[in-house]
Write a protein that binds this ligand. Structure first.
Ligand SMILES: Cc1ncc(COP(=O)(O)O)c(C=O)c1O
Length: 459
């Protein structure tokens, strides 16, 4: 059991509390102007009107002293909350001892590699070799390179709506006009397949009468002559799609796709950068899906406030990678490793109590949203596993036309001015993601949902 009282102590009690006339307040506005003057707005959040000053648990204080409930977890990073005292202690202790050790072994890095192996799912448990990076993009980039060497093949299959980072290799797998248009050409040999987005099925079918046509289509492409997919080394897929709209697949989907992969001789990479680290109510989202991957890319929620990511590969496959073939100067930084160790300890202690709580809390949040949504016609769909919940907004429930950009902006600002930070995602930018730190209290969760529903009912 996780104590609600102890969780409450990790965050600002007074959240939400807005003290300026509007958000952003005067200090934040000034800082935003400065930021725009000196920084590239190609960054993910662009000109998002929030200027962080402090972070505590599942709450944020901005430059003007406004206190918000954080439903972003820094885009699924702060699983144990911002500035968790145990993560800070681990970092401080490590800072006195060793920080950078280039790409060589260091005590904490080595401990972390063993720890990561011990929390892998199924037959991967204690049967992986990990490669450390500083971001999910680096993990994906490394996976692409290693797949080629391991399989001797050049093609990679990814999915519509996928996000695997925006470096050259990953960007080739990632979909989304804003990341691609004008930035090509990308790496050759990438095949994009339909993802099971049941609310907007590309085949115009309905689950379950569809009989999983999308999954069988993957089998058709991979295992039929003359489809062009003759040399696929790996298929990379998010167990629950993230940036593409917080879309969980039907349970039958993955076993069919995994079988198709095996028939073709392709490896299966589960990209858990966003869905992993306990977010979906299991340590790895793939654990919901009844299959085991050959590789896992991870990041975000594994670091506990610091950049820590990596790729874990089944041992027999990793044996095919040459020594010295993938240097990475900052990999396994000792302070980041110490932080990540403390973070993983918090997530896994008491038989994954915090992770299991995410599952229960997620269900009650979805129930509360669905109940309120009955009277709010712009809420089209509520879905997702654990604390990876997507709320899809539409102009009209019948036509499912995505909510327009202007109204999405009004939603964001309306919530911000009531003290809740939430960010959208999705192919049409109309899916609000409920992805708080796993330590969000029930009270803050309920308040955030109330504010979401109040704001939506005004649109
Ligand atoms: C599934 C997935 N893979 C890879 C990435 C890239 O990670 P990063 O932004 O840390 O490079 C992301 C980022 O959102 C992601 O969601």
């Amino acid at each position: 059991m996780v104590s609600e009282k102890k969780l409450a102590e990790l965050s600002y009690d007074e959240a939400p509390k807005i003290i300026t006339k509007e958000v952003p307040g005067p200090k934040a506005q000034k800082l935003l102007k400065k930021s725009i003057k000196h920084e590239s707005m190609a960054r993910g959040a662009g000109k998002f009107p929030l200027v962080f000053a402090e972070g505590k648990g599942s709450t944020i204080k901005d430059a003007d002293g406004n206190v918000f409930i954080d439903i972003t977890a820094g885009v699924a990073v702060n699983s144990v909350g911002r500035c968790h005292p145990r993560v800070i202690d681990a970092m401080k202790n490590q800072m006195d001892t060793l920080m950078h050790a280039s790409d060589m072994s260091n005590v904490k890095r080595t401990e972390l590699a063993a720890k990561v192996a011990s929390i892998m799912p199924g037959k991967l448990k204690n049967n992986v070799i990990s490669f450390f990076t500083q971001a999910g993009s680096g993990a994906v980039e490394t996976a692409i390179k290693f797949v080629r060497k391991i399989t001797g093949r050049t093609q990679i299959a990814a999915f519509h709506g996928a996000y695997h980072g925006v470096w050259c290799g990953g960007n080739s797998l990632t979909t989304g006009d804003q990341y691609r248009k004008g930035y090509g050409p990308f790496i050759p040999g990438v095949i994009h397949l339909p993802y099971p987005y049941c609310y907007r099925c590309c085949f115009g079918l309905k689950y379950p009468s569809c009989k999983m046509q999308c999954a069988h289509y993957v089998d058709y492409v991979l295992n039929t002559p003359y489809t062009g997919a003759d040399d696929v080394g790996a298929l990379i897929i998010e167990a629950q799609q993230g940036e593409g709209g917080y879309v969980p697949p039907p349970p039958e989907y993955y076993p069919i796709v995994k079988k198709a992969c095996e028939k073709h001789g392709a490896l299966y990479i589960s990209d858990e950068v966003q869905a992993g680290a306990g977010r979906t109510g299991k340590m790895w989202a793939i654990e919901h899906m009844g299959i085991e991957p050959d590789m896992i890319t991870w990041g975000k929620g594994m670091g506990g406030d610091v950049p820590m990511a990596g790729l874990s590969i089944r041992k027999d496959l990793a044996a095919k990678i040459d020594d010295h073939s993938q240097p990475n100067t900052f990999a396994g930084n000792a302070v980041a490793s110490a932080a990540s160790m403390a973070n993983i300890d918090i997530l896994t202690e008491n038989d994954y109590a915090l992770v299991k709580r995410a599952s229960k809390l997620g269900e009650s949040i979805k129930r509360q949203i669905k109940k309120g949504a009955k009277d709010i016609p712009i809420i089209g769909d509520v879905r997702g596993l654990g604390l990876m919940i997507g709320i899809e907004f539409v102009e009209d429930r019948g036509t499912r036309e995505p909510l327009g950009e202007e109204k999405v902006g009004q939603m964001i600002m309306g919530m911000l001015n009531r003290g809740v930070v939430m960010v959208p995602c999705g192919r049409f930018g109309n899916v609000f993601r409920f992805m708080p730190p796993l330590i969000l209290t029930k009270e803050h969760a309920s308040k955030a949902v109330e504010i979401l529903l109040d704001t939506a009912s005004e649109i």
